[in-house]
Design a protein around this ligand. Structure first.
Ligand SMILES: [Zn+2]
Length: 489
């Protein structure tokens, strides 16, 4: 059993990233982009990184000049995309591109990326091997903030589109590219872009965004995997308040506000949400089982048969448990200011990450049910709420296109696995206007790279870049030519 536990524990690691069966790799669309060597792509990405397009909460104009300069650079670097795809500036900085398809009743495909990056934490600049906005190309990497999250994705997707247009690409289906400008601070840009589709009475066939990647050495198997994000968790924070009589602490009531709050927190934590092995975890287990050994391989390969055993093991690991259900994390507690005075009120803040089987409303009802017997306790939502979008299937034509392209551009032998992200992406804003949402690019990360996202020494492997361009060409090309699936009803 230790083997199973150790083997499965590694599964959780990829769920931290913005992260069925493999499909037949499709033939690449046209020749690979001529003249775009690794070095050319690396230098191009380096240039993109040098624009300090930092988004700041509540201060949308903080880096306005950098964003404007970055837009100019995009126009110079991708002239055909700008000439043929009617760029529009949306919500003050996002870019929405449209290449009209020849068949108007085919639902469009949307490729999303964001232009903004998170700031470098003050005082940590020295911890970077290269300055954070250097865009240096050295030691086999392009270095800098945004290399992984997500100018690498953005520049390679735009390059893929540009090269398709150079070849005279005329899709049957409309292709949109949406480049958000404030993903890291909420995604008003993505909301406005999704509203474009809604206003036009259109639904996207699928949206492709960040949040999944190829991983070179996946801990559960020791080999590579390609983890495609088919879902992501939602976000809800609640304030739990307990009220009781105040007064002098020498004659306390049987229960004080602090005592009552403690019981309320315990009641909530002791009433967990449902945790189960279902899509996408069952598909992921099956897909990686071939690369595992012994009993772990047998159990992971048959999650139906070994459900209770697997569940027990996966529940023992914090990251895999988080992937199976809504999590409850008390993060703030307050009450009382003086040692001999009873506070009339004590409060706690609890952060939840909502599994797609729950909504903010059902989760709130669940929490209130947990404290229903405690008089004087209330539970109210605070701050922003993000509903978890529905999980997209790991079957069907859209999945086949993404999984096929992922398989074709992942390290040799990597199984393509569906994954539920614990992080949020801009694509969630398209939940109401898209049939499916997938999150993937073959960034070729190793486990150490996970900490570089929003951390120090963010960098991307130069040798991954041509495969990324090729991946986007394949996805856009295949989706653009697909005329059966994704048709307006
Ligand atoms: Zn991102």
């Amino acid at each position: 059993m230790r083997g199973l536990r150790a083997g499965l524990a590694g599964l959780g690691a990829i769920m931290l990233t913005a992260c069925g069966g493999g499909a037949e790799p499709p033939a690449p669309v046209g020749p690979d982009p001529a003249g775009l060597s690794e070095q050319v792509l690396a230098e191009r990405l380096g240039e993109a990184i040098r624009f300090e397009t930092i988004s700041e909460e509540g201060n949308p104009d903080a880096s306005a000049e950098q964003f404007a300069a970055f837009r100019d650079w995009l126009e110079e670097t991708f002239p055909l995309v700008h000439e043929q795809m009617a760029p529009e500036i949306v919500a003050g900085g996002s870019l929405w591109f449209t290449l009209e398809g020849t068949e108007p009743d085919l639902n469009p495909v949307v490729i999303l990326a964001h232009q903004d990056v998170v700031p470098v934490e003050a005082g940590t600049e020295d911890q970077w091997t290269r300055p954070p906005f250097s865009g240096a190309v050295a030691d086999g990497f392009v270095w800098g903030r945004g290399a992984l999250d997500m100018k690498g994705f953005l520049v390679m997707a735009m390059t893929g589109m540009e090269t398709l247009l150079e070849e005279g690409f005329t899709p049957a289906r409309t292709i949109h590219i949406g480049l958000g400008h404030d993903e890291e601070v909420g995604g008003l840009g993505a909301q406005a872009m999704a509203a474009r589709l809604a206003d036009a009475g259109t639904r996207a066939w699928f949206v492709l965004d960040e949040g999944g990647t190829s991983i070179r050495e996946f801990p559960a198997t020791g080999g590579p995997v390609a983890a495609v994000g088919v879902g992501e968790k939602g976000y809800l924070t609640v304030e739990v308040t307990a009220r009781a009589r105040g007064g002098h602490s020498s004659t306390p009531p049987r229960e004080t506000a602090v005592g009552l709050l403690s019981r309320a927190i315990n009641a909530i934590v002791d009433t967990p949400f449902e945790h189960a092995i279902e899509h996408p975890m069952d598909g992921m287990l099956r897909a990686v089982s071939a690369d595992m050994d012994g009993f772990a391989a047998v159990a992971a390969g048959n999650p139906g048969l070994f459900g209770p055993v697997l569940r027990g093991q996966l529940m023992a690991d914090d990251t895999t448990r988080a992937a199976m259900g809504t999590t409850i994390a008390p993060t703030i507690i307050e009450g009382g200011v003086v040692d001999n005075v009873l506070p009339q009120e004590a409060r706690a803040v609890i952060n939840l990450r909502l599994h797609p089987r729950d909504s903010s409303a059902s989760a709130l009802a669940h929490l209130r049910g947990a404290v229903a017997g405690l008089e004087g306790v209330t539970v109210e939502p605070i701050g922003h709420i993000s509903e978890p979008p529905a999980i997209s299937p790991a079957t069907g034509r859209a999945w086949e296109i993404i999984a096929g392209a992922a398989a074709a551009h992942a390290p040799e032998g990597a199984p393509v696995v569906p994954n539920l992200l614990s992080a949020a992406t801009d694509s969630r804003h398209f939940a109401g206007v898209a049939d499916m949402i997938y999150r993937y690019a073959p960034l070729e990360m190793d486990m150490g790279d996970m900490a570089r996202i929003h951390g120090d020494d963010e960098r991307i492997r130069v040798e991954a870049l041509p495969g990324m361009v090729s991946y986007f060409r394949t996805v856009i090309g295949e989706a653009g030519r697909e005329t059966e699936a994704g048709r307006a009803q």
